[in-house]
Design a protein around this ligand. Sequence first.
Ligand code: C5P
Length: 234
Amino acid sequence: MAELIVALDVQTREEAVAKIKDIGDAVGFYKIGLELFTAEGPDVVKAVKDLGKKVFLDLKFHDIPRTVERAVRSGGKLGVDLMTIHSIGGNAMIKAAADAAAEFGEAAPKILAVTVLTSLDEADLKDVGILSRTPAEQVRSAAYLAVASGANGLVCSPKEVGVLSKSLRAGTIFVTPGVRPVGAAVGDQKRVATPADAVRDGATHLVVGRPILAAADPVAAARAILDEMASVAL
Ligand code: C5P
């Protein structure tokens, strides 16, 4: 059964806690990204954990292996459940992240790799020296590298998850943002899928922000998405 993760794209710990309390028992998993973490630091992770929720710490590490290893260890000490790294950091960096996470045994944070940022197109890849691959080819090769190097899963767009989930080993985690229930505002997302499509294509976790956070009734919005996800599992 796929899990719903709500993106806490807010600026303060107070707003984050208020949103989580509003949503209540409907959602048990929250994503803390660069905006909120840079503003509030580890305290906001502790605040979310103290409310009994799981934390996806989405800081997309990309540095030398030793630094990433130590940053992942810091995340493990905070008790986060999912963390992100960039697969472009290479085999040694991914492996360092996976090894540091594994030190936490049963409580190890799962390491997810970002393949190619969805904001990059072929011209951008050429600018950074990836000359011979299309974004889709680069996503596939980065995904294989990440999983072969010890990552537990991938962050991928709803348009990529189908291909990747069929070609990577069972048990790989696929976290998919860009999810919009039918009729919801798309905002700045360009390539979206419905919750049911994403689950059908193999997503294990869906990340949803504005359709829940900005809803007049966030609990109803979350429950509608959960119902749609569950309808696929039946
Ligand atoms: O509000 P919305 O549902 O678009 O939020 C999606 C969340 O997932 C945001 O935190 C966004 O930064 C993140 N994300 C994304 N697309 C990616 C990677 C992450 O929308 N390719």
